[in-house]
Design a protein around this ligand. Structure first.
Ligand SMILES: Nc1ncnc2c1ncn2[C@@H]1O[C@H](COP(=O)(O)OP(=O)(O)OP(=O)(O)O)[C@@H](O)[C@H]1O
Ligand SMILES: [Mg+2]
Length: 317
């Protein structure tokens, strides 16, 4: 059965995902701090917006004005992405019955968010629950359906729990709500240096893991697809770069040749020459004690077709 795919907007990653994410399902993007989770998530929303889809960014880690400023450096037009301020103080400040909140709240265009730092609630975030946000998103979907949703980050959202004994059931309900709403969603998850798959990974339909580590060439980045239910995928690590215009993951040199003028093609050579090979040695395994948590096997192949991970994404960042 052929399912519709939601492209992430990062060509090499879409290739790893056999065309993109399966529509209407929740996925997680995980990695240590600064690996590019938020940036990848915004690529995904911008790709949807560019194709006329409604895209919603739920800001939990940082208020929308800071998010806009963070992404301004990539020169992206964020007008097509809507933002819901889900930072704890705002949720808490509005913690009146959700039906009241929904009539007052406004989802605004991220590109039009002002620079002013909004006030902070006097209350702490301890009264806020995942359910608050879940209900809020449901209410918003009654007004308007979104094809793509990003929750950035699920890790911060989890900190709003009062009782950790309810964590699994609450998270399960949250994932189910996102599925029921029909949106393809990405939830970002911050992981510590050494980690095992968590509840989020278990509940999601797939996990994209971002890696970074240092070697003789400086800061290196990599990307793996750790899990993808219902689809084949590339199980090897590819290089990744965060360049001036965003994330670049090289595409394989077989089959899908890019058109001239394509933004990514400027940075990803078609087929490495012997000189390229000299300049870009194969991706070295991340050190055991480095910033990469689960060094993926370099020898594993694709669960489907073979893909060459070589490209120009391997230079220091
Ligand atoms: N213009 C740029 N050129 C190169 N690298 C950049 C550029 N802008 C940002 N970066 C890199 O991207 C990183 C931040 O990416 P991002 O915010 O997406 O990471 P994150 O995984 O969401 O981090 P966190 O866990 O803190 O939320 C920075 O630490 C920096 O290394
Ligand atoms: Mg982030």
């Amino acid at each position: 059965m052929i399912r519709e795919r939601a492209r992430t907007g990062i060509k090499g990653l879409d290739e790893m995902l056999d065309g993109g994410l399966l529509v209407g399902r929740p996925y997680i993007v995980s990695g240590t701090s600064g690996t590019g989770k938020s940036t990848l998530a915004m690529h995904f929303l911008l790709e949807g917006a560019a194709n006329g889809e409604r895209a919603l960014y739920v800001a939990i880690d940082e208020p929308p004005n800071e998010v806009r400023l963070n992404f301004a450096k990539f020169g992206w037009n964020l007008d097509g992405v809507s933002v819901l301020d889900g930072t704890p103080d705002v949720l808490n400040y509005d913690k009146t019955p959700v039906r009241d909140v929904s009539s007052e709240r406004k989802i605004v265009s991220l590109g039009k968010v002002g620079d002013a730092i909004r006030r902070t609630s006097e209350k702490g975030p301890t009264d806020v629950t995942v359910s608050t946000l879940q209900e809020l998103i449901k209410q918003e979907f009654k007004e308007r359906k979104y094809a793509r949703v990003v929750i950035d980050s699920l890790t911060s959202l989890k900190h709003f729990y009062i009782r950790t004994s309810e964590e699994f059931a609450t998270l399960q309900s949250f994932f189910r709500t996102l599925s029921d709403l029909g949106a393809t969603s990405i939830l970002t998850v911050h992981v510590p240096e050494v980690t095992r798959p968590g509840i989020e990974s278990q509940l999601s339909r797939g996990e994209i893991r971002l890696h970074k580590w240092f070697d003789g060439r400086g800061l290196m980045r990599g990307i793996t697809v750790e899990k993808y239910r219902g689809s084949s995928h590339d199980s090897r690590m590819r290089h990744m770069k965060i360049a001036q215009t965003g994330i670049v993951v090289p595409v394989s040199d077989g089959g899908k040749r890019k058109k001239k003028g394509d933004a990514d093609s400027e940075r990803t050579p078609e087929r490495p020459t012997p000189d390229d090979k000299k300049a870009e040695p194969p991706l070295p395994p991340p050190p055991e004690n480095g910033e990469v948590d689960i060094p993926p096997s370099q020898s594993a192949g694709r669960t489907g077709s073979a893909v060459d991970p070589k490209g120009d994404g391997g230079g220091p960042q």
